[in-house]
Each structure stands twice: as C-alpha cells, then as structure tokens.
Design a binder for this molecule. Structure first.
Ligand code: ADP
Ligand code: MG
Ligand code: MG
Length: 206
C-alpha cells in the first residue's frame, strides 16, 4: 500500500491540529532553554498552511509539499521556519510527478528532509535539535520497511524512535540554536524542535 495524495493532505491537517494542541507545551519547553516561542512559531506557521491548503489541494504531492515549505518559510520567524520549510521543500522535490508515495518514496522524502535541515542548520545529530528525533525515526522506518512491515507500521516504529530521541535530548548539551547559549544548563530539558518533529512523525503515522 502506498500513501495517496489524500493521505498527504490528511497528514498536513493532522500536523496542524497537533501544533495548535501542543502550542503551549512547546512554548513552555522553549521558555526553559530558548526564547519561549516555538509553539507560537509552529502554530502560526501551520495555521497559515491550513488556510492556504485549499489553494494547492488540486496540485500534485510535490507541489503540495513545496507549498507547505514555502508557507512555513514566509510565515515563521526564527530558526524553525527555515528549517521546517527547507525540510518540506526538499521532501517535495523527491516526489516530483508522483501520484502516490511508496514506502521507498517516503524514505527518500525523509532523507531529503534531513539533509535539508543539516545543510540549512549546519547541524548534525547529538546537538540537541530536531535532528535527534527525525534521524533515528528515519533509521527505524527504514529498518521496519526492510523487514517487510507496512508503511503505517514502519511509521509507528519511527514515532517510537523519535520519542526515544526526545528523551535523549534531555541528556545532552545544546550546541546549536538558542539553547546553546545555556551550555551545561540546557541539560535536563527536552528540545522543543525534537518534540514538534516527533508530532510530525505521529501525524504521518496517523
Ligand atoms: P528560535 O530558536 O529562533 O526561537 P524556534 O524556537 O521556533 O526558533 O525553534 C527552536 C528549535 O529549532 C530548537 O528546539 C531546535 O530543535 C531547532 N534548531 C535550532 N537551530 C537548529 C539547527 N542549527 N539545526 C537544527 N535544528 C535547529
Ligand atoms: Mg524559540
Ligand atoms: Mg525565536
């Protein structure tokens, strides 16, 4: 079973719902180690996406994902806007001309999203960022697909790995983004971006 365009649109709606639902919690997390706006940023960006979605619903999957990315870049100030925006735009480029996404297409989209975040953020895993959730999520996804699991089951494994990644961010020092200004004092706090991107994986699974 592949993911259809309808599935992709539902994923985007669900991610918006989650960003509205967890707005305060994500903001509180960012209050502890950053500037207290991550929930505000993500909820504002995804609300703008939700409002624009009817204008690109008729388009192909690649243009939908690119439209989401461009909307996030243009509506979210702060680090997360360009990073999430790049991730969606890069993922969109891998789905060019596709009516649906196979398990392998989804892996390629995740890979492109990760590479986009790394390039744009000049960052890698172990720096207490969103990469500490999405990279292990993608690894778990690939492993599950390799074992013959369905896309839904593989995304469930990916979500579990992403939550483990969120837990891991509590144990390390931030070396990228605003939280890096805190140095050792960032230990003990979970990274808001790792948390929001775990909700993205959860939305994809659902
Ligand atoms: P800002 O820090 O500009 O206020 P947000 O609060 O919206 O932006 O987003 C902060 C999140 O962005 C962090 O929790 C972290 O996960 C992510 N982040 C910040 N800088 C980087 C980077 N260079 N690479 C990857 N992720 C980053
Ligand atoms: Mg912030
Ligand atoms: Mg900010």
């Amino acid at each position: 079973m592949a993911a259809t365009k309808e599935n992709v649109l539902t994923f985007i709606h669900l991610f918006n719902d989650k960003m509205q639902e967890h707005r305060q919690a994500l903001t509180d997390m960012d209050q502890a180690i950053g500037d207290g706006d991550h929930g505000i940023n993500m909820s504002r960006g995804m609300k703008a996406v939700e409002e624009k979605l009817p204008t690109f619903e008729e388009k192909n999957i690649d243009d939908i994902l690119k439209g989401v990315g461009m909307t996030l870049v243009s509506t979210v100030g702060g680090a997360s806007g360009p990073l999430y925006g790049t991730a969606f735009m890069k993922a969109g480029m891998t789905s060019k001309g596709k009516d649906e996404l196979t398990a392998e297409d989804i892996s390629a989209a995740l890979e492109a999203a990760i590479e986009g975040i790394k390039q744009r953020g000049k960052s890698t895993t172990g720096e207490k960022t969103m990469l500490d959730a999405i990279v292990p999520a993608k690894e778990a996804y690939d492993k599950a697909v390799g074992e013959g699991k369905s896309i839904a089951a593989a995304l469930a494994d990916a979500e579990a790995a992403a939550w483990d990644g969120v837990e891991y961010t509590k144990t390390i020092i931030a070396t990228k983004g605003r939280a890096s200004y805190l140095g050792e004092r960032s230990i003990g706090h979970q990274d808001p971006g790792a948390t929001s991107i775990t909700y993205l994986i959860q939305a994809a699974k659902e």
